[in-house]
Design a binder for this molecule. Structure first.
Ligand code: NDP
Ligand code: 8X3
Length: 257
């Protein structure tokens, strides 16, 4: 196992769910954290918590990954002491809606594609050149079981996560000959704010997604992300699918009714 102590880890979408859990796991392991998201107040709370609990140094970024200019300038203007990022966790993302494709809301499509695909690309493009120059780095993309097969109403979200899978595979190929590692972690059902966001704030509908089964927790995923990051330098975990015991694939879920 390799230590992440004093490594610089950038986590996008750190204000909630899987990203916030990753922040806790890396903080406990002694890493220094750059935490990015749009809700800066949440990052401030998280940063204060991690400092108090683990003595973690944090650098907070109010960042909308869809904003290409802002991503480029924010990440190129990092203070020198934060610029040499060792691990990038591309986690920021969302789903919007569960409509049939031919009835879908085009604004929802734009938001998913802009954040899940283009945003991930913008951040990766800004960070990976430094990793290559320093001959050191690890990109961990949060994909989804939804990227392996579409499900009814999942259409554009599934496409965006299929893109994350292809981008992760392509990046691994493009980095051959460098020591930079690439991992894609593909969670199944994880209870976070994901479904509340998907259903535009309808908490009752969001709750039904996880009803009568035991979903994963964001900590379950953060644990896997940290595991991938702490393998010896010659080991690249390329892809990990993590599902609850109650889930076989994107459409087959066992509910205890
Ligand atoms: P949450 O809604 O709890 O967290 C999503 C995070 O992404 C928030 O921190 C949010 O921050 C951030 N985010 C969303 N849009 C943007 C944006 N435009 N710019 C910057 N940050 C953004 O959901 P999860 O923790 O579940 O989701 C995290 C990732 O995991 C996503 O990529 C999701 O697709 C993936 N995933 C989730 C699964 C699940 O079942 N929950 C399963 C498989 C994958 P803010 O709003 O403050 O900007
Ligand atoms: C989130 C998992 O199955 O709700 O990516 O799409 S699912």
């Amino acid at each position: 196992m390799v230590s992440v102590k004093d490594k610089i880890v950038l986590i996008t979408g750190a204000s909630s769910g899987i990203g916030a859990s990753c922040a806790h796991f890396f903080a406990e392991a002694g890493a220094k954290l750059i935490l990015a998201a749009r809700r800066f107040d949440r990052l401030e709370q998280l940063g204060a918590q991690l400092e108090e609990k683990f003595g973690t140094s944090t650098h907070l970024l109010a960042l909308d990954v869809r904003d290409r200019v802002s991503v480029a300038s924010t990440l190129s203007d990092l203070p020198d002491s934060w610029a040499a990022i060792d691990i990038l966790v591309n986690n920021a993302g969302l789903s919007r809606g569960l409509n049939k494709l031919h009835e879908g809301n085009i604004d929802d499509w734009e938001e998913m594609i802009d954040a899940n695909v283009k945003g991930l690309l913008y951040v990766t493009r800004a960070i990976v050149p430094g990793m290559v120059d320093r001959a050191c780095g690890h990109v961990i993309n949060i994909g989804s079981i939804a990227g392996r097969a579409a499900y009814p109403g999942g259409n554009v979200y599934c496409a965006s996560k299929a893109a994350v899978r292809a981008i992760s595979d392509g990046l691994k190929q493009d980095l051959i000959g460098t020591p930079v590692r690439v991992t894609e972690v593909e969670p199944g059902l994880v209870e976070t704010e994901f479904s509340i966001v998907r259903f535009h704030g309808d908490r009752d509908r969001a709750t039904t997604v996880y009803q009568d089964l035991t979903p994963l927790t964001p900590d379950d995923i953060a644990d896997v992300v940290l595991y991938c990051a702490t393998r010896p330098p010659h080991v690249n975990i390329s892809e990990v699918l993590v599902v609850p015991v109650d889930q076989a694939n994107a459409t087959l879920v066992h509910r205890h009714r």
